[in-house]
Design a protein around this ligand. Structure first.
Ligand code: URA
Length: 205
């Protein structure tokens, strides 16, 4: 069951499960064939109390080797984009829809997403961010339960249960589509404005 879109549900924060517990549950995950070809399972990294969670697609080569999301070329892009939202890496949490690298960086298969996505769902429940920034089609479609593409979804904030969702282009896609870069920056500035207009409740973490 998804916590992200339950009509009529009050979307109270669920019992908090620590990220370490979720990671421990995954263990040496072999729920899909990517378990056999990965170097490292790339669980996620960042502030467990983040107001903003970024969700990417899946690990690339560098992420697979280092065991951390967004450390390669897409990571460098992401770092420079965070400033548009007034954010730094230590304020956010980053995870992917699938935790293991698909061979040759092919797109994730639907059965891989089905096997892996319950862990992302648990990570989202654990962090309980205010805003989820979805990088690219796979993340946007998973979080928003839609088949629509990011080109039509981006440019505005969506609500999915408790969460404000900002679908936008994947930073790696902007390496090939440089005309998308200003749109991605615009989307992140929109997130920055939302955060300013909705200051965090309680003490800063
Ligand atoms: N692209 C992604 O979607 N995730 C990563 O971790 C790296 C590149």
């Amino acid at each position: 069951m998804s916590v992200m879109q339950i009509p009529g549900h009050d979307h109270q924060r669920p019992r908090e499960v620590a990220l370490e517990e979720i990671r421990a549950l995954m263990g040496d995950c072999q729920l899909c064939p990517l378990g056999a070809t990965r170097t490292n399972l790339v669980f996620g990294v960042g502030n467990p109390h983040a107001r903003v969670m970024f969700v990417g697609e899946g690990p690339g080569r560098n992420e697979d080797l280092q065991g951390e999301p967004f450390v390669g070329a897409a990571g460098k892009k992401l770092d420079s984009l965070l400033a548009c939202a007034g954010l730094t890496r230590d304020e956010i949490y980053i995870a992917n829809v699938i935790k293991c690298r698909p061979p040759s960086n092919r797109n994730p298969k639907s059965e891989e997403i089905t096997a892996c996505s319950p862990f992302l769902r648990e990570q989202i429940r654990s962090i309980w961010p205010d805003v989820i920034v979805c990088l690219g089609n796979f993340a946007s479609q998973f979080v928003l339960h839609t088949d629509a593409g990011v080109t039509t979804l981006r440019g505005r904030l969506h609500q999915a249960g408790h969460f404000v969702v900002a679908p936008t282009f994947h930073p790696a896609a902007c390496i090939y589509h440089s005309d998308w870069q200003p749109l991605l920056e615009e989307d992140l500035r929109m997130v920055g404005r939302w955060l300013e207009e909705h200051p965090a409740e309680g003490p800063a973490q």
